[in-house]
Ligand binder design. Structure first.
Ligand SMILES: [Zn+2]
Length: 280
């Protein structure tokens, strides 16, 4: 198995919303805010190459929405999904599986594109791929509650079903040899986290359970989470496992840090070493 980091670009989100009840005087040290109180975040995805599959985990926010939409999110940086794929010698048609941790727009928007410049029809970006979601999450996302409605954009979601390429993983399992799936419900209902056996250890794709290094302390939970107390319990359980088995955490949204290992300290769970996938 081979793992390749693919960065689909950076965007900005309100620092306070990203850190929930944590005061700015604390989070601003790890994630400095701009004059509008916005912090920069990566949309870092992962390609998993096995003997017969090429699996893309999440795919950033894509390019379908209008200027007004993108003006809220300040896209920046030189990276794109296309460039990152090319760097590793892959094309979009090589992807056999698109694994969607959840259907918030910054995780699944790259799944679907306009067929042409008239912008009337939508189609899958990954023509040869099966797209994977969890049934509970699909149901949740397609009947959105008012709090998450702005994160579930139907143009990102419905065409996946209409294409016939939608598939489901319905429970925690070893989905493929060496590719386990954990399911958590604090950030949103039925978010799936890949746990991948790689070079004698395991890599946890943290998605929005732990979006960045700044979110490692257990109470540092995003304001966006629908069930923050559930996230606390899920982080405690999963990060203690990560310490015990020396898992590597992979961060989707950390602008600078790709991965780390963890250690228990007197102050709680903290970073042991920063690492990168290509150094494992
Ligand atoms: Zn996110």
């Amino acid at each position: 198995m081979n793992l390749y980091t693919v960065n689909s670009g950076n965007f900005k989100l309100d620092g306070g919303a990203m850190f929930g009840v944590v005061p700015k005087s604390v989070w601003n040290k790890t994630n400095p805010a701009d004059e509008n109180n916005m912090c920069s975040w990566a949309m870092r995805c992962l390609l998993v190459e096995t003997n017969n599959r090429l699996i893309l985990i999440d795919n950033g926010l894509g390019d379908k929405q209008n200027e007004k939409f993108f003006s809220y999110y300040y896209l920046h940086g030189d990276e794109s999904l296309e460039k990152s794929f090319a760097k590793h010698g892959f094309g979009f048609n090589d992807v056999t599986d698109v694994f969607l941790t959840h259907l918030h727009f910054d995780h699944c928007g790259g799944s679907i594109k306009w067929t042409d410049s008239s912008k009337t029809k939508l189609e899958p970006v990954f023509k040869n791929a099966k797209y994977w979601s969890s049934p509970k999450h699909w149901d949740w996302a397609t009947k959105p509650n008012p709090r998450e409605r702005a994160s579930f954009l139907k143009e990102n979601i419905m065409p996946i079903k209409e294409s016939g390429q939608l598939n489901f993983i319905d429970k925690e399992c070893e989905w493929l040899p060496g590719f386990e799936v954990l399911i958590v419900n604090g950030h949103t209902e039925g978010m799936m986290l890949p746990l991948i056996t790689y070079k004698g250890s395991k890599v946890l794709f943290c998605a929005d359970l732990v979006p960045s290094v700044g979110h490692i302390p257990i109470p540092y939970v995003m304001g966006y989470d629908v069930r923050p107390l559930e996230t606390l319990k899920e982080k405690e359980r999963i990060l203690q496992n990560a310490v015990m088995h020396n898992w590597t955490l992979f961060f989707e949204h950390d602008l600078v840090n790709e991965c780390c290992n963890l250690v228990n300290t007197e102050r709680g769970i903290r970073v042991k070493d920063m690492v990168r996938i290509n150094e494992l």
